[in-house]
Design a protein. Structure first.
Length: 599
């Protein structure tokens, strides 16, 4: 009567209810069952096989079972009707001489078990849902290497149901040429219990080939026993395609580069040479350039150029700048030839340096022509200088002789001749300077100078010849001392001033300002003239560069002055630059370091 199970005893074949315990009574809502036949006690069970089962047990004497029978009742007597599950045994009972008297019904409460099973099923479902939703294929193999699980993704790829892949079925879908590699790498891991990674191709249901990257990790039971592998396969087709494309592009680049008549090279971010085209290998014995430290070996570069080239190369890399270098390089036949080499940085999307790509050309002929031209200019200027000097001397003589003449025409003619001869002299001096600079023959006579004196005297001198303009000098550099060639510095100032005057015909004001720090002085020469367009700013310091479209009648010149001035300042370890607004005016700057340095 106290048992936590359902119990009842039915007598005879018609199942007369002879006994039941309180729990059993609860299931049936405490109805009047005692001494009633089963069909009368529980009419609602008709047609569900229960009565027939009891009759069978009665007739055969063999027990029968019924599992997970669900019943609802207030099991705890707390007013709450809940669900419970029972496993039933229907067993015959006999009298003393062994004849079957009736059937015993015992129902054991298995609610906990059923709930656990339901939970497990739910978890299994959840697991399937999650793994099926994953974009990657997931799988599991047992300790013998047989597939025990694959998710929907894998099945979708292959177009076959999950079951087709279990055991060794999955191997069928690996492209035949990859099978051996996949299986051997996987078998090796399953005996060594190591994680593994392998890329292979899968034949998809749509006939396409898909690249996957499989990774697997060993799986262990809670007791530490090896249980197989769990892993994933990622679709890497796009990556492989991109890789292939990159390789194709690279091959294409090489083909193009190799057929180009110029020298083409590439270097990595560490400055190492990574590629040289065929023209290169034909031009010079470059094998060593591709070796580990070859990129810094300068033995192919003329020793007079090597230091400078390497310095600029390293500098460009560290600042990720473009560069252009001209230097002599040893060819296969041992002779040296000039090359003009350009390099541009290659940047990744995130802005980091991927390396350099560059090209170069044999510019020996150009250099030779340039040399011929320079020699010619030098020679011609030199030859012109003697007659001009003599003309100048006579003109000055005549000027002083006819200082007090009444002949206005004579006076005007002599003044004009003198002015033009001066102009010519300056031009010839400039030409001579250029040819000296180009051939490295420009020598500087250094002395200790008060910059202020040089500025003041030079400005005065220019002011004399410029009646239309007023040069305003603000003296504030005190006794700033420089180590410089007086005439050359004066030449720079004259050049900047005469330009300021020449290129500001509509204004009358030119300002000279100097600002100093302990290390250097910055001299600024400002005009309110025509200004310079942004695209010309970088070029005006180049040799023979004149701004195009400028009215030559108004502004005569050869484009030499600024080049010479810049060279002079550079040789004094200073800098030159210009700031300008077209139509508003320009400011030309130059700097000179203090002497002694740093004081
Ligand atoms: P140029 O003999 O032509 O004056 P420069 O070398 O002195 O040669 O100057 C080069 C070019 O720079 C000039 O042709 C002119 O176009 C430009 N330039 C120089 N100074 C000025 C200035 N102060 N204002 C405007 N343009 C200038």
């Amino acid at each position: 009567m106290q048992a936590p199970a359902l119990m009842a005893i039915l007598r005879k074949r018609e199942g007369i209810c002879q006994f039941f315990n309180p729990v059993f009574a609860k299931v049936w809502g405490d109805r009047d069952m005692l001494n009633k036949s089963m069909r009368l006690a529980w009419p609602e069970l008709e047609g569900q096989g229960y009565f027939e089962r009891i009759e069978r047990v009665y007739d055969s004497g063999m027990p029968e079972y019924d599992y997970d029978f669900r019943a609802r009742a207030d099991w705890n007597n707390d007013g709450n009707v809940t669900e419970a599950y029972f496993d039933f045994v229907y067993a015959p009972y006999r009298d003393d001489d062994g004849t079957i008297e009736g059937v015993m019904i015992i129902g054991v409460d298995v609610t906990g078990k059923v709930h656990a099973r339901q939970q497990l099923a739910e978890q299994q479902q959840l697991f399937n849902d999650i793994t099926d939703a994953a974009g990657t294929a997931l799988w599991m193999v047992d300790a013998q290497g047989n597939m025990t699980f694959v998710n929907k993704t894998w099945a979708d790829w292959t177009g076959q149901p999950k079951e087709a892949h279990l055991g060794r079925g999955w191997v069928e879908f690996v492209m035949p040429e990859d099978r051996e590699q996949v299986i051997s790498s996987y078998l090796r891991s399953t005996t060594q219990y190591t994680p593994y990674q392998v890329d292979f191709k899968v034949l998809r249901s749509d006939g396409k080939i898909q690249w996957v990257a499989a990774t697997g990790r060993p799986r262990y039971l809670p007791n530490g026993e090896f249980a197989g592998y769990v892993g994933s396969c990622m679709d890497i087709t796009d990556r492989k395609k991109a890789e292939q494309k990159r390789q194709d592009n690279e091959a294409l680049f090489r083909t193009i580069a190799d057929s180009a008549p110029v020298l083409i090279w590439m270097a990595g971010p560490d400055m190492r040479t990574t590629f040289l085209n065929t023209s290169w290998t034909r031009f010079a014995d470059v094998a060593s350039l591709l070796s580990d430290d070859g990129y810094l070996q300068s033995n192919l570069i003329h020793e007079a150029d090597a230091d400078q080239v390497l310095k600029r190369y390293k500098q460009a890399f560290s600042h990720q700048q473009e560069f252009y270098l001209e230097y002599r390089m040893q060819c296969r036949d041992g002779s040296y030839r000039w090359v003009g080499m350009k390099g541009v940085p290659r940047l990744a999307v995130d802005g980091s340096l991927e390396g350099y790509i560059g090209s170069g050309m044999d510019i020996t002929e150009m250099k030779e022509l340039e040399q011929i031209k320079n020699d010619f200019i030098g020679m011609a200027s030199h030859e012109l200088k003697t007659p001009i000097t003599s003309i100048k001397a006579y003109v000055q003589l005549l000027l002083s002789m006819y200082k007090n003449t009444e002949d206005a025409f004579l006076k005007k003619s002599l003044t004009t001749v003198n002015k033009q001869v001066n102009k010519l002299t300056r031009l010839i001096t400039d030409f001579l300077d250029i040819s000296k600079m180009e051939s490295g023959r420009l020598s500087l006579n250094y002395e200790q100078l008060l910059l202020n004196d040089v500025l003041r005297e030079t400005i005065e001198e220019v002011q004399h010849t410029a009646a239309q303009h007023n040069i305003i000098y603000t003296e504030n550099v005190g006794n700033f001392t420089v180590h410089a060639d007086r005439d050359r510095i004066a030449q720079v100032i004259i050049n900047f001033l005469t330009n300021a005057i020449k290129y500001s015909p509509q204004s009358s004001r030119v300002e000279v300002n100097a600002a100093r720090t302990d290390e250097e002085v910055v001299v600024a020469i400002k005009d309110y003239g025509i200004g310079i367009k942004a695209e010309d700013i970088d070029k005006i310091f180049n040799r023979f560069y004149r701004v195009e479209g400028r009215n030559e009648q108004n502004f005569s010149g050869f484009g030499i002055g600024l080049y010479v001035a810049a060279e002079i300042i550079r040789r004094h370890n200073g800098r030159v630059w210009v700031e300008s607004v077209p139509g508003k005016g320009s400011v030309f700057y130059f700097t000179l370091p203090a002497y002694p340095q740093g004081v």
